[in-house]
Design a protein around this ligand. Sequence first.
Ligand SMILES: Cc1ncc(COP(=O)(O)O)c(C=O)c1O
Length: 504
Amino acid sequence: MSAPETFTGNRGLQLEEPLTFETGDPALSAVDLPPVPEAPDRLGGLAREGEIGLPGLSEPQVMRHYLRLSQKNYAIDAGFYPLGSCTMKHNPRLNEKVARLPGLGDLHPLQPVSTVQGALAVMDACAHWLKTLTGMPAVAMSPAAGAHGELTGLMTIRAALEAAGDARAKVLVPESAHGTNPASAHFCGYGVESIPANDRGRVDLAAFKDKLGGDVAAVMLTNPNTCGLFEDEILEIAEAIHGIGGYFYCDGANFNAIVGRVRPGDLGIDCMHLNLHKTFSTPHGGGGPGSGPVVLSAPLAPFAPLPYVVHGPDGFRLVEHAADSDGRPFGRVKGFHGQFGVFVRALAYMMSMGSDGLRQVSEDAVLNANYLLAGLKDDLSPSFDGPCMHEVLFDDHFLRNTGVSTLDMAKALIDEGFHPMTMYFPLVVHGALLMEPTETESKETLDLFIATVRDLARRAKAGEADSFHAAPRLTPRRRLDETLAARKPVLRWTPPAPAADAAD
Ligand SMILES: Cc1ncc(COP(=O)(O)O)c(C=O)c1O
């Protein structure tokens, strides 16, 4: 079998990984299939006429190819991953084990309800924990991600307003909100108005109040916000939005900063999605499944989407049709019942942590971020005064006149063995570096990270910009040219020209 020049046996780990199409030998196969019985015309006109051209590979070749590719990835299981706003924390393997139990992992969503009572009990228990932790009376479990939860929450708000004959046109979104918030509001058909941040990185309350009017359906606040700060005027915000008959949407994806300490229901919030895949531990990043249940206040609960689980004298059942519902559900947002495997993981996580363990989560998440702040504040430039919540924001002031940019810092960190922090987000500060250590990192890891970042900052200030521009040097791919000029033109499909008329 001929192999491309780039692939040299066991040194393949450091080198280019060829495509399976480049290494495949048509004579090889990973499976031994029995000969196909002669059955002419079994598929009629649908029968394939030629080879489909799949690469022929043995099972070890396939395994090694994918393992080598996976080793070129950075992962939370490989090292520290302080990607702000993403809560890249360790996922206890216990939750994975529970989710794979055959009685849970092998279920089919179309099984008769009488055979899945345990699974419905899991969904019900998970919903119960989420309602208890947030102090909210209802939860829609089916949204499949945070942004999907945002859309679902806004659709619930719209359904409630329309039912009251009060359809409204606008949603207010603070500058310090997560980027998915304005996108979800726009997607839901609302006009989006931005509220500026004040010089403390929080919502400018006066500017917010100026924008309130009878056409505002909701405000969408991220709390703690993307500057890593608690919105300390949140009660005033709730009162003001309710005062004009609008709803208070809160992006609860950063719930690990407050879980067990603050119940959003007590803050006047009407609607909030939770990223189970962030706060409640599930593979996150690299394509792990997401889940974004939305907790709802009493006025919104009747409009929650289908399906939902109820418990009656005959056990659990799913309410799947509007006619069977006590409320006025606006419809479904997902096939079947949501991300069941993530519910199992989240429930296993919550039960194994217990309420005291969950309180500890928020304490440690905030402590770790403040430890980074304290360790880096003299060498970097913190964007706002005072302590932070679960993540800490720096701007690029400390890099001024060094020839080193936020991007260069991030690339240099890769060579030091760390995943970079989030760069250039949030937009409220210049050249943002947003670091989220999460609650699962040890003091030793944070100390090493602090020492590394300090060293980079000092090298930048000492005039070593050139070495930054060359980074990363130790990765399978070197720095890509991300300038606009380097962008390839977008390939667009052009419809084939209509066939010339045979008579012409
Ligand atoms: C604050 C915040 N809101 C919303 C989202 C969107 O969640 P998802 O990526 O699951 O759609 C994220 C993503 O991490 C987030 O950090």
